[in-house]
Design a protein. Structure first.
Length: 220
């Protein structure tokens, strides 16, 4: 299999202890695993970024970190926000425009463009999510995840032909991007998606929460 990017999106899940258990389990199975030259990225809730960083360093795992969001504002008087400069002390990536943020937090193109700008100015690589081929991708974005809302957390992934169709349109509009797919990917169905034309990787929610299911997905 060609080198791929796997992003574990933990969403608003896991405690400090559960995060530690996750890495301990991965470490205990490390010798049986071949992470190959794949890029494996863990995206925990903000307060767990430092815990995950410690654990990755402790066990010497070839994993990188990603924030699930980034403030549209720089450092300053923005109560409740987490700015890109601070995130960059822990992570190299930030998910921007996830469907759940667009829906529950009413994030629109204007806000998302500001978030992308903050990320890019502060050395964070945006993983920009779109729900369909019509959503605008801000300039400077190099990684775009197509995540159809009906596929997210539903156990019903999009079909391969539709993913290829959307990828083609996204790439034709933004020729320099790499495309990822997310939505109900798990260890059982991952093999259906790895050979999709132009696919560079996956955003994985539910199936990334347990070390076991995440590892079997990576193996498959
Ligand atoms: P899911 O989530 O794998 O649980 O469908 C994917 C995502 O929302 O990133």
């Amino acid at each position: 299999m060609e080198k791929k990017i796997f992003i574990a999106n933990w969403k608003s899940n896991k405690s400090i202890e559960e995060s530690k258990d996750f890495f301990e389990e991965i470490n205990s199975k490390k010798s049986e695993l071949d992470f190959g030259s794949n890029t494996i990225i863990i995206s925990p809730p903000f307060p767990l970024l430092s815990v995950c960083k410690e654990q990755i360093e402790k066990y010497g795992l070839p994993f990188e970190l990603c924030a699930q969001d980034v403030s549209q504002f720089p450092k300053g008087a923005y109560t409740g926000e987490v700015n890109a400069v601070l995130i960059n002390q822990f992570a190299n990536y930030a998910i921007i425009g996830h469907s759940e943020r667009r829906t529950y937090f009413k994030e629109d193109d204007g806000i998302l463009e500001k978030k992308v700008l903050q990320a890019l100015e502060n050395n964070l690589i945006p993983i920009y999510c779109v729900q369909n081929e019509n959503q605008k991708v801000p300039s400077g974005v190099s990684l775009v995840a197509f995540e159809p809302p009906t596929a997210i957390g539903s156990g019903k992934p999009d079909d391969v032909l539709d993913i290829e169709r959307v990828f083609d349109i996204l790439i034709s509009k933004n020729p320099s991007i790499k495309v990822l797919y997310g939505g109900s990917v798990n260890s059982e169905n991952i093999s259906d998606f790895v050979n999709i034309k132009n696919i560079s990787g996956f955003l994985i929610g539910g199936a990334s929460l347990l070390a076991d299911s995440f590892l079997s997905l990576l193996e498959n």
